[in-house]
Design a protein. Structure first.
Ligand code: FES
Length: 84
């Protein structure tokens, strides 16, 4: 392990080069927010195409499957937003 990201203030360990989605899933976080329809957001494609893994990382809207972990990164679920 090389550090921690913070999911709603919960520390989540990550490995060097690991994407946020991978670290979250390994820690048991499957639902990453919800769409405007109320459907849960989660990893589906894993390659940045479906937008199912949209989260807020340090205030920016990003795909968790394309975002490398960085020590101290603050992450929160995206509620609503595009592709709802
Ligand atoms: S899982 Fe599809 S964009 Fe991330």
């Amino acid at each position: 392990m090389t550090g921690h990201i913070f999911w709603q203030d919960r520390p989540i360990p990550f490995r060097t080069g690991e994407m946020v989605s991978s670290a979250l899933i390994r820690a048991g976080v499957i639902q990453m927010g919800s769409a405007p329809t109320g459907q849960p957001r989660a990893v589906f494609c894993g390659i940045g195409q479906c937008q199912g893994c949209l989260i807020r990382a340090d205030g920016r809207l990003v795909e968790a499957c394309l975002t490398p972990c960085r020590a101290g990164m603050q992450i929160s679920p995206e509620i609503g937003g595009p592709n709802g």
